[in-house]
Design a protein around this ligand. Structure first.
Ligand code: NBG
Length: 807
C-alpha cells in the first residue's frame, strides 16, 4: 500500500472497507469504518516495525526496557497516523466521503491498563524514546479488565468492569511462539552436578506467559518500538486434563482459573492475604516473563551474557518490578551458571530504579512467610543479598544496629522492596527536583549516605505530540504558522513564540483558539451531562486521581465558599465560572469517594440555584481517561495543582495544562516549582505552605485544625456547611470528611492552606478579565513549556542513567 495523496487514500479505504465487510460503503457502520482505517494504519506500522527490529539487530545498540505495572497509552489511531505522517491526507479523504476522523476514532477501546501519572508517564516515555530513535520498549501485563470503568450514579462513584478487550485489540500482535514459563510455589532442592552446586525447583505450579506486542511509532522517523504485554495462561492451555479425566472437575478448572487470574485485574484489592498474594504473583509474573524474554533475545543475538549490561538497561518503576533484581540473579546463576559476584555486577549495572511517590505505597513490603512460600528460590537469593548487605553495613557502621536495620531488606518478618530496589540498582532517581531532594534527605537518607553517587533527579515530562499536536490541533497549527514546524522535533523552540506577544493579530488568534476549544468542550459537556456552560467565562480544571493529598476537597470547599459569598452579596463580580473535575478514586478509599459525592452535591446545589446558575457551574465528568484528558486540557483556563507541598512527586497534568496555555493555580510542590522557575510569579498563581514549612509543621506537631476552625469564622461556616443540611443530602453524608478535617487533624493541611487558597483564587478573576494580560500569561506558559517535553526527560535518562546516545 503506497499512499501519497488523499485520492489514493480514499480509494484504498473504500476498497479495504468493502473487501473486509462485504457491504456497500453506505451500509457500513462506524465500527466497520474504524476497523478498516485502523487495519490500514496497522499495515503501514508493521512494515516499519520489521525494519526497526532488523536495524537494532544489526547495530547492536543498547536496548532500554521500561518495566511498569501500568501504562496508559490512550487511543492509538490518530496518534499513529500523525506519527506516520498520513493524518492530513487521511482526514481530507475521509471528509470527502462524509466521515469525520475524530468521530470514528471514538470507536477505539481505550487500554485500561493504568491508573494515573505513573502509567501515563510510561506511555509518554515510550513515545519520546521512539521519536528520538532510542530502542526503548515497555514491559507490562495485558490486564483483561485493567482498572474499573467509573460511573457516577446519584453522585457516588460506581465501579464497573472495563472489558476493553471484548472486541479485540487491532494494535496488538500475539506471539505464542515467544511464550515463557513462570514458576510459583514448590520447593528448592540443592544438588551437586559435576561438582557444582545447583538448585532444583520442584513441585511448583507453572504458568505460561504469552506476549502481546503493541507497536510504538516514532514521529516521522520510521522507528517503531514495542510495548510488550504479558498474559497468563495455564500451561496446558485448556485445563488439566489428567485431573479432568479422574473426575476432579473443580480442581481441573481451578488451576486454569488461578493461572488466568494473574492477568485479570490491575491492582486487585490487597486488604486480604489472598489479595496480597495475587499482587505479589503479578509482580513476579511480569518480571520473570519480561527478563526471560530479554535474556533469550540477547543470547540469540550475542551468544553470551557477560556483556548484558552493555547492551541492556532495565528501568524499574516504583517498587512493583523490583523483583527484577533477584530474578536476574536467578537466571544468570541457575540457568547460566554464573558465579554470584559476576551476576551481581551485571545486575547492578543493568537495573536502575525510579521512585514515583513518597506516599506509603512507596514502601511496599511483603510478609516473609508468604514471599518464601510463593517464591522459594527468589527468597533464597534475597536472603543472600540481605546477608551481604548486612556485612557491608556492619563494616561501614560497626555496632550501629538501628541505622543498619533501617536499610535491611529482610527484617521483622517482612521483605522491604524499596531497600531491595536501591541496593540492587545502579542509579536511583526521583521525578522532580524537590522530590529527588526529599528522597535523598528523608525517605532514603540512609542509603543516600552510603551511595551518594547513586542518587539523581530526572524531572518528568509529557509528550507534546499527544498533548499539543494531537489534542489541540487549533493551537498546534497556530504555532506552526508562527514559528514553523520545527517545534515538533525540538520542543524547546516553542520559546520563539514569545516574540509574538506584541503581535496583536497573533494574540487575538491565540485567544480565539482557546475560545473555540472551550466552546467545543461546552458542547461535549452539554451532550454528556445536559448542563450548559459559558465558554466566555473561566474554566477551572481539577483533573487527576482523587486523593486526599491532591486536595480536590480544597477546591470543593473553595467553591462552596465562593458560592456563599456570592449569594450573601460579598462577591459582586459575576464573571462566569465553570469548575470541572474528573478523576477516579481507588475502590476501597472511602474518603476519596466521599469527596466525589461532595463535589456532586455542591454541583446539585449550585447548578440548580437560579441566583447563580446563570454564571456558575460545577461538573464532575465521569470515567477520567487519556481521551477525556485530551478533550478537557485544551479548553482549560486555570490548572488546579494544589497538592499539600512535598506530597506530589512531580505531577504531569500540570505540564500538559501549561503547554495548552492554562495558567497554574498551585502550591510550591513537585514540578510546579520548576514551572515557577520557568514562568515566574507573574505567570502563575502560587499560594500556601512550601515543602519545608509542611515538613516542619509535621515534625513539630504544632498544628491543630480544631483551633483554626474555632478562630476563623469564615472557615467554620464553610466546614459546617458539610453537615448542617445546606447541601441536598442527608446530614451525616459528609461526616467522614468533617472527621478527617477536624478530629483527625486535617492530615493534608487543607484548612491550614485554605485562606491563602481563597486569596489566590480571588486574584484570578480580575486577571482573567484583563484579556490582554491573560492571553500574555497563557502565551508565556505555552512558550516555556518545551522544557517539560518528555523528549528532554528521556535525553536526560539516556545520557545519565542508560549511557546511550539519543542523537
Ligand atoms: C505518580 C505521582 C506523580 C508523578 C507520577 C509520574 C504514582 C504512584 N505516582 O506526582 O503521584 O508525576 O507518578 O512520575 O502514580
Amino acid at each position: 500500500m503506497v499512499i501519497t495523496n488523499a485520492q489514493d487514500f480514499r480509494e484504498a479505504f473504500v476498497d479495504r472497507l468493502q473487501s473486509t465487510f462485504g457491504k456497500a460503503f453506505e451500509a457500513t457502520t462506524r465500527n466497520d469504518r474504524y476497523q478498516a482505517l485502523a487495519s490500514m494504519v496497522r499495515e503501514l506500522t508493521l512494515k516499519n516495525w520489521l525494519s526497526t527490529n532488523r536495524c537494532s539487530k544489526d547495530e547492536g545498540r543498547r536496548q532500554v526496557y521500561y518495566f511498569s505495572m501500568e501504562f496508559l497509552p490512550g487511543r492509538f489511531l490518530i496518534s499513529n497516523m500523525l506519527h506516520l505522517g498520513i493524518k492530513d491526507i487521511a482526514e481530507e479523504a475521509l471528509k470527502e466521503l462524509g466521515i469525520d476522523l475524530e468521530d470514528i476514532a471514538e470507536e477505539e477501546p481505550e487500554p485500561a491498563i493504568g491508573t494515573g501519572g505513573l502509567g501515563r508517564l510510561g506511555a509518554c516515555f515510550l513515545d519520546s524514546m521512539a521519536s528520538l530513535g532510542i530502542m526503548g520498549h515497555g514491559c507490562s501485563i495485558r490486564f483483561r479488565y485493567g482498572l474499573f470503568k467509573q460511573r457516577i450514579i446519584d453522585g457516588h462513584q460506581v465501579e464497573l468492569p472495563d472489558n476493553w478487550l471484548a472486541s479485540g485489540n487491532i494494535w496488538e500482535v500475539k506471539k505464542p511462539e515467544r511464550a515463557v514459563y513462570v514458576r510459583f510455589g514448590g520447593h528448592v532442592r540443592p544438588d551437586f552436578v559435576y561438582g557444582r552446586m545447583v538448585f532444583l525447583h520442584e513441585g511448583s505450579d507453572i504458568v505460561r506467559a504469552v506476549p502481546y506486542d503493541i507497536p510504538i511509532v516514532g514521529y516521522k522517523n520510521k522507528v517503531v518500538n514495542t510495548l510488550r504485554l504479558w498474559e497468563s495462561e495455564a500451561p496446558t492451555k485448556d485445563f488439566d486434563f489428567s485431573l479432568f479425566s479422574r473426575g476432579e472437575y473443580a480442581a481441573a478448572m481451578k488451576s486454569k482459573h488461578d493461572a488466568e487470574a494473574i492477568s485479570d485485574f490491575l491492582y486487585p484489592d490487597d486488604s486480604s492475604p489472598e489479595g496480597k498474594k495475587l499482587r505479589l504473583k503479578q509482580q513476579y509474573f511480569l518480571v520473570s516473563a519480561g527478563l526471560q524474554s530479554i535474556l533469550r533475545h540477547h543470547k540469540e543475538k550475542y551468544g553470551r551474557l557477560d556483556n548484558l549490561h552493555e547492551k541492556v538497561a532495565v528501568q524499574i518503576n516504583d517498587t512493583h518490578p523490583a523483583l527484577c533484581i533477584p530474578e536476574l540473579m536467578r537466571i544468570l546463576m541457575d540457568e547460566e551458571s554464573m558465579g554470584w559476584e559476576q551476576a551481581w555486577d551485571i545486575t547492578t549495572r543493568t537495573v536502575n530504579f525510579t521512585n514515583h511517590t513518597i506516599m506509603p505505597e512507596a514502601l511496599e513490603r511483603w510478609s516473609e512467610h508468604m514471599f518464601k512460600n510463593l517464591l522459594p528460590r527468589i527468597y533464597m537469593i534475597v536472603e543472600e543479598i540481605q546477608r551481604r548487605l548486612r556485612l557491608k553495613l556492619e563494616e561501614l557502621y560497626p555496632g550501629q544496629l538501628d541505622r543498619q536495620s533501617r536499610m535491611y531488606i529482610l527484617k521483622d518478618g517482612h521483605v522491604y522492596m524499596a531497600n531491595l530496589a536501591i541496593f540492587g540498582s545502579g542509579m536511583v532517581n526521583g521525578v522532580a527536583k524537590v522530590h529527588s531532594g526529599i528522597l535523598k534527605e528523608h525517605l532514603f537518607k540512609d542509603f543516600a549516605e552510603v551511595y551518594p553517587e547513586r542518587f539523581t533527579n530526572m524531572t518528568n515530562g509529557i509528550t507534546h505530540r499527544r498533548f499539543l499536536l494531537k489534542a489541540n490541533p487549533g493551537l498546534a497549527s497556530l504555532i506552526t504558522s508562527a514559528i514553523g514546524e520545527g517545534w515538533i522535533k525540538d520542543p524547546l523552540s516553542l520559546r520563539k513564540l514569545e516574540a509574538f506577544s506584541g503581535d496583536a493579530s497573533f494574540m487575538e488568534s491565540l485567544a480565539a483558539v482557546k475560545r473555540e476549544n472551550k466552546a467545543r468542550l461546552a458542547r461535549y459537556i452539554g451532550s454528556a451531562t445536559g448542563i450548559q456552560t459559558d465558554p466566555e467565562g473561566i474554566f477551572f480544571v481539577h483533573i487527576k486521581r482523587i486523593h486526599a493529598y491532591k486536595r480536590q476537597l480544597m477546591t470543593a470547599l473553595g467553591i462552596l465558599d465562593t458560592y456563599e459569598r456570592i449569594i450573601n452579596g460579598e462577591i459582586r463580580d459575576i464573571t462566569p465560572r465553570t469548575y470541572i473535575f474528573a478523576g477516579k478514586a481507588a475502590p476501597t478509599y472511602s474518603l476519596a469517594k466521599s469527596t466525589i459525592k461532595l463535589i456532586s452535591s455542591i454541583a446539585d446545589r449550585v447548578n440548580s440555584d437560579p441566583a447563580v446558575n446563570g454564571f456558575m457551574k460545577v461538573l464532575f465528568l465521569e470515567n477520567y481517561s487519556v481521551s477525556l484528558a485530551e478533550r478537557i486540557i485544551p479548553a482549560a483556563d486555570v490548572s488546579l495543582q494544589i497538592s499539600t507541598a512535598s506530597k506530589e512527586a512531580s505531577g504531569t497534568g500540570n505540564m500538559k495544562l501549561m503547554m495548552n496555555g492554562a495558567v497554574t493555580l498551585g502550591t510550591m510542590d513537585g514540578a510546579n516549582i520548576e514551572i515557577f522557575e520557568e514562568v515566574g510569579g507573574e505567570n502563575m498563581f502560587i499560594f500556601g505552605l512550601d515543602p519545608a514549612e509542611v515538613m516542619s509543621l509535621y515534625s513539630s506537631h504544632s498544628y491543630r485544625s480544631w483551633d483554626l476552625y474555632l478562630e476563623d469564622e469564615g472557615l467554620r461556616r464553610t466546614v459546617d456547611r458539610l453537615t448542617d443540611g445546606f447541601l441536598p443530602v442527608a446530614r451525616n453524608e459528609f461526616e467522614r470528611i468533617r472527621t478527617h478535617l477536624l478530629d483527625e487533624n486535617d492530615e493534608f493541611l487543607t484548612l491550614k492552606d485554605f485562606a491563602a487558597f481563597k486569596k489566590a483564587q480571588d486574584a484570578i478573576v480580575p486577571a482573567f478579565k484583563d484579556k490582554e494580560r491573560w492571553t500574555r500569561m497563557s502565551l508565556v506558559n505555552i512558550a516555556r513549556s518545551g522544557r517539560f517535553s518528555s523528549d528532554n526527560t528521556i535525553k536526560g535518562y539516556a545520557r545519565e542513567i542508560w549511557k546511550i546516545d539519543s542523537n
